[in-house]
Design a protein around this ligand. Structure first.
Ligand code: ARG
Length: 481
């Protein structure tokens, strides 16, 4: 690729070590697509005539099928009956063996194209550089990864919405400081995660939109040396237009950072969900039965059902955050423009995309299989004075300043604790010794339903509010099932 100015051969260990083909082989479809787009831009600039362009495009079209075929012959490891979508993925390890001398995916495609169309292949590299190619391939990879994640996130959000619909008026205690606070509808708790997911969706959409510009035509650093119409390649690849600055375009990896940072934030949300399910499935809480299909046993203790799925989800969060941190460190203080350091960033992105794809492939089904123990949650939500706030609200609605109401109900709770009774089991006469504002209607104001319904604000857990929040979430997520 670049041996012209060298007199000494490369140290073989260094040569192997610096090559990226073993991991960038997965960029094959993007490299081919970007090469086709570049060939069209070359034709637009008169570098390839019509016949040459047709031969070049036909050759590029055959690069993947012929590599798969060769790989199958070489290793026999590629199943003949693999579905087209899996074919490439299952062939990649064998494709790696086809051209061990390939330094990277760009080199590999050129070598393959040369065997398919001969010397014409050498013309493809006119007016382009691997620096713009890798920047383009990675953008294409990230764009597709985002689309995949968005569809996984929508599915997960919808499975939470379905659960919320099914849970009707089931309740769960809410916690602050991990101490029971007030009852909320189970649907309200589920929708809290839907809110997080919707923000994650918007973060990924935002990253998608910002990165959707095409670096092709940027050359190695200062722009192509041909009068290329850069809009041709941009359009071919579905980008909104060409990038505005060649130095930035060849060394910008913000789009990868945006992607891994959005992945890390999503990972944090998933880990909170995973932690709550792990906690709620303990005998101590007993709010949820772990689905057996997603749990494992212990080889030592026959009675165990372990929450391996949610534990692993929690663990993956650290890994996702690690990819974002590694990328940030890679970029810190890096001078313009392309530096080989940037090659190191690829694997972080592949890892984040693969990790999230694995998690999101299982989360919707796991969520749908969750079986809440409504009786236990009801019991927990209706004991321990979780209606104390509703009781104070009752007094303040009757004109007692809230601070005073808080103190009066505090005294009522103390009386209840001393005599082992909930607020609704105290006698009106007893209550009236604390405040003469208490009247018969007090007991209706502290039922479970009233305790929920007194939070009748947008975003609150009143039953009508939650019902419309569930319907609104379903409408936003565009599900008609
Ligand atoms: N494999 C390289 C990478 O991922 C491609 C770009 C190489 N460019 C260069 N000037 N050596 O960064």
């Amino acid at each position: 690729m670049w041996s012209g100015r060298f007199r000494e051969p490369l140290n073989p260990a260094f040569e192997r070590w610096q090559a990226s083909f073993r991991f960038d082989v997965r960029l094959l479809p993007y490299e081919v697509a970007a090469s086709k787009a570049h060939a069209k831009a070359l034709a637009g600039a008169g570098i390839l005539d019509e016949q040459e362009l047709a031969t070049m495009l036909d050759g590029l079209e055959r690069v993947i099928p012929s590599a798969v075929e060769e790989a199958r012959k070489l290793t026999g490891a590629v199943p003949a009956d693999a579905a087209p979508a899996d074919l490439l993925a299952s062939a990649l390890p064998s494709i790696l063996l086809l051209n061990p001398q390939a330094e990277d995916i760009h080199h590999f495609v050129e070598l393959q194209l040369t065997t398919l169309v001969g010397r014409l292949a050498l013309k493809l590299h006119t007016g382009r550089s691997r620096n713009e190619q890798i920047a383009t391939d990675m953008r294409l990879f990230v764009r597709e990864a985002i689309d995949h994640i968005l569809s996984g996130l929508r599915q997960w959000a919808m499975s939470l919405v379905h659960l919320a619909e099914r849970s009707a008026e089931a309740v769960i205690p809410s916690y602050t400081h991990l101490q029971r606070a007030e009852p909320v509808l189970l649907a309200h708790w589920l929708l809290a995660y839907v809110s997080m997911i919707e923000r994650d969706i918007s973060r990924f959409q935002d990253a998608h939109q910002r990165m959707n510009l095409c670096p092709l035509g940027s050359g190695a650093v200062s722009g192509a040396t041909l009068p290329l119409d850069r809009t041709i390649a941009a359009r071919e690849l579905g980008f909104a237009g060409p990038t505005p600055n060649s130095m930035d375009a060849t060394s910008d990896r913000d789009f990868m950072l945006d992607f891994t940072q959005a992945a890390a934030t999503l990972g944090l949300h998933i880990s909170r969900f995973a932690e709550e399910i792990t906690l709620y499935s303990t005998a101590e809480f007993g709010f949820v039965d772990l689905p057996e299909a997603f749990s494992t046993g212990s080889s030592a203790m026959p009675q165990k059902k372990n929450p391996d799925f949610t534990e692993l989800l929690r663990g993956k969060c650290g890994r996702l955050l690690g990819t974002a941190t590694a990328l940030a460190m890679l970029l810190k203080g890096l001078p313009l423009a392309y530096n080989k350091d940037l090659q190191e960033g690829q694997e972080q992105v592949f890892d984040a995309a693969g990790t999230l794809a694995g998690m999101l492939a299982i989360l919707p089904d796991f969520t749908a299989a969750l079986c809440f123990r409504l009786d236990r949650m009801h019991q927990a939500a209706t004991t321990g004075y979780l209606n104390a706030m509703a009781a104070a609200t009752y007094l303040s609605n009757k004109g007692v300043p809230f601070r005073k109401a808080h103190e009066i109900v505090g005294n009522a709770v103390r009386l209840g604790l001393e005599t082992r009774r909930e607020l609704n089991h105290l006698k009106l006469e007893e209550l009236r010794t604390l405040s003469d504002v208490f009247a018969d209607d007090f007991f209706d104001a502290i039922t479970l339903e009233a305790t929920l319904d007194c939070h009748d604000v947008a975003g609150g857990t009143a039953r009508v509010r939650v019902a419309s929040a569930v319907a609104a979430a379903r409408a936003r997520l565009g599900d008609n099932t």
